[in-house]
Design a protein around this ligand. Structure first.
Ligand SMILES: [Zn+2]
Length: 432
């Protein structure tokens, strides 16, 4: 992929790292080692790999440690300039100060986030959407105390939900990973010399003025803000997981049916109060999350075609599903559903959804979509379901299939278990 525009990068590296006090007395947080080198060096290597060599580092706390280590960047094959903030001005202030250098769209990293991702794919998304500002988003295992973002079906950002979240409200598990591509036109909304935070103050105030998009990815991004998180990041680095999750590499997935697999079976579930998650499913999803498999739901929801509920109501049901899983630190990488049904001729139906589509299981349209969006190795992935259409769908895509929940279909799955947890345990054990 050849990019015409040469993109610059800004790294916000002024943070002190108060929760890592013992490590950050003599070095600023971005200089903490992951493996054998500072997080900041990992970031610079990643930028360089994608041809991004014009880098500005905004510093404040112990600036000289960073400047002495990286110098002008020559040793690292990049050009680095610095801006020292005398007084910390949130995340907006420093960027505003260097706006004369930012005449084209530019990348922003936070210096305390360990990440590895296919930046070409992110940049292509940003330009394809003609986005004024693109935020990298991901489901995480603590959405209840994360700043969350809402997107529409085109991935345009429609709302920011800052923590703390209102009790009893349901949110999609989409957290801000603090990696952005920003057009310079956003800079004119920042007041010079005023303390402000990009995600908390600036972005929400611009939603009705500029097009913000969310780039959703399952690649690795994690801040090292606490000793526990730093330990996890080091473990993931040493095992090679951080590099393996880059979108350039194919991933395996565990695809799951929804009703009767994740939540208790209800005939035509269409009201939010009918949704009840099965306890074993929460444990199962957590186990998937601990592995390197993606956790993806593939479900037929003809309740839309039958006009038993609207798309908005179904989305709210899925927000409840993600919120309840999130309360137990479990996350789904994606939910794909087919709203269609082929049988026409009922008075209450919604005609536009009464079609013979390509996405209704046992057809593989939704699997193909997931394959494309997550770069999935379908042949080495699994489908877990409780009905013939699930088993057939998995087989149609060349996957291994597991039936659960007193399966009484005609198809022959590769394996049979009583619930999702047992199925997932089997998959994870046999893939070791
Ligand atoms: Zn469909």
């Amino acid at each position: 992929m050849i990019r015409v525009v040469k993109m610059k990068a800004v790294i916000l590296a002024g943070g002190k790292g108060t929760r890592l006090a013992s490590l950050t007395k003599e070095i600023p947080k971005p200089m903490i080692n992951v493996g054998d080198k500072p997080i900041l060096e990992h970031q610079i290597e990643l930028l360089k790999e994608f041809g991004i060599t014009d880098i500005t580092i905004i510093t404040h706390y112990l600036s000289e440690v960073i400047e002495n280590y990286f110098g002008n960047g020559g040793k690292f094959g990049v050009d680095i300039s610095y801006f020292r903030e005398e007084e910390p001005l949130g995340t907006c202030g420093g960027i505003k100060e260097i706006e004369d250098n930012l005449t084209e769209d530019f990348l922003i990293f936070y210096g305390d986030v360990m990440l590895n991702m296919d930046l070409d794919r992110l940049i292509s998304f940003h330009y394809a959407k003609k986005s004024a500002c693109t935020l990298v988003l991901h489901p995480n295992d603590h959405p209840y105390d994360s700043d969350l973002v809402e997107v529409n079906s085109e991935n345009r950002i429609t709302a920011f939900h800052s923590k703390p979240h209102e009790k009893g409200k349901y949110f999609r598990n989409l957290a801000n990973a603090a990696i952005y591509i920003m057009s310079p036109k956003i800079l004119r909304y920042i007041g010079k010399g005023k303390k402000a935070d990009l995600a908390k103050d600036l972005f929400p105030s611009l939603l009705d003025k500029e097009m913000f998009y969310g780039y959703i990815t399952a690649e690795y991004q994690k801040d090292v803000g606490t000793p526990k998180r730093l330990e996890e990041v080091n473990k993931d680095y040493k095992s090679g997981k951080i590099a393996r999750l880059n979108m350039k590499n194919k991933r395996q997935a565990i695809f799951m049916d929804r009703d009767g697999v994740i939540n208790r079976e209800v005939n035509h579930l269409h009201k939010i109060e009918q949704l009840e998650i099965l306890p074993d499913a929460i444990r199962a999803v957590k186990n998937i999350n601990r592995s390197e498999f993606l956790a993806i739901v593939i479900t037929n929801q003809p309740v839309i075609a039958r006009n038993m509920c609207s798309v908005a109501e179904l989305d709210e049901i899925h927000r409840k599903l993600e919120t309840l899983l999130g309360e137990d630190k479990a996350k789904l990488d994606a939910i794909y559903y087919c709203p269609h049904h082929p049988d026409k001729g009922y008075p209450e139906e919604r005609v536009e959804y009464k079609i013979d589509c390509e996405c209704r299981k046992p057809k593989t349209g939704l699997l193909k979509k997931a394959e494309e969006e997550f770069n999935i190795d379908l042949k080495n992935s699994f489908f877990v379901g409780d009905a013939d259409r699930d088993i057939l769908c998995g087989k149609n895509a060349g996957m291994k299939t597991i039936a659960i929940g007193g399966f009484r279909g005609k198809e022959k799955p590769d394996r049979l278990f009583s619930n999702l947890e047992e199925a997932v345990d089997f998959i994870l054990e046999s893939s070791h």
